[in-house]
Design a protein around this ligand. Structure first.
Ligand SMILES: NC(=O)c1ccc[n+]([C@@H]2O[C@H](COP(=O)([O-])OP(=O)(O)OC[C@H]3O[C@@H](n4cnc5c(N)ncnc54)[C@H](OP(=O)(O)O)[C@@H]3O)[C@@H](O)[C@H]2O)c1
Length: 189
């Protein structure tokens, strides 16, 4: 199983304002769907999983909930399994990983937000990649991805040129991978 994080954020780590994502970048939505759904083992019935916090789950429009073609896991200390349809409820990131062992053919596991879960996943050495959409415009946000932790633990493997959405937002796509020193440091304490 591979473990990755996927996020769209501003250069200061902004991911949301008032419970909503403050930009509209259709190419980012398409990239998110493709990366989190595609497996390299499609013909053998493999499937990916997405893990998210309760507020991220609740922010998904009804028509996209659960996220199709992926195992959905929602982390919450207040929701019970009977409260939601189409997703599993876990009490922690570790609990979510344990639930995934019930599925025989999981290819990739993505943490898709929000802020607390991103911090937890970045601290977990199993999460070796971060797929990032970097929004270059200033956007007012009240929820943040921990950028300092990201750059101390991961380095940029590739970054595209700047692109522009039809609504005029400038953005780029990048892939970051864990620095080898993270594994050494975390395993030796
Ligand atoms: N730009 C992006 O890429 C992106 C990605 C994802 C989300 N978002 C946006 O971010 C916002 C939501 O993010 P958020 O940070 O406010 O909330 P969130 O992480 O989605 O949800 C927070 C809730 O998740 C549960 N939770 C998280 N970690 C937990 C843990 N370790 N143990 C138990 N429960 C845990 C708790 O639920 P209970 O209160 O039920 O215990 C907590 O209140 C939304 O507006 C969404 O649109 C943006």
């Amino acid at each position: 199983m591979e473990y990755a994080i996927i996020v769209a954020c501003t250069s200061t780590g902004g991911i949301a304002k008032d419970g909503k994502i403050p930009w509209d970048i259709p190419a980012d939505m398409a990239r998110f769907a493709r990366i989190t759904t595609e497996t390299e083992c499609d013909s053998s019935g493999y499937i990916n999983a997405v893990i998210m916090g309760r507020k991220t789950w609740e922010s998904l429009p009804d028509k996209h909930r659960p996220l199709r073609g992926r195992i959905n896991i929602v982390i919450s200390s207040t929701l019970n399994q009977d409260d939601i349809t189409g997703a599993r409820v876990a009490r922690s990131l570790t609990h979510a990983h344990t639930l995934l062992h019930e599925y025989p053919s999981v290819a990739k596991v993505f943490v898709i937000g929000g802020a607390t879960l991103y911090t937890e996943a970045l601290r977990n050495f199993q999460y070796t990649s971060v797929y990032m959409t970097l929004v270059k415009d200033d956007m007012l946000c009240d929820t943040f991805f921990p950028m300092d932790m990201l750059y101390s633990r991961y380095h940029i493997d590739y970054q595209t040129f700047d692109m522009h959405s039809s609504s005029g937002v400038t953005y780029s796509f990048s892939l970051l991978t864990q620095r080898p020193t993270v594994l050494t440091r975390d395993c030796t304490g």
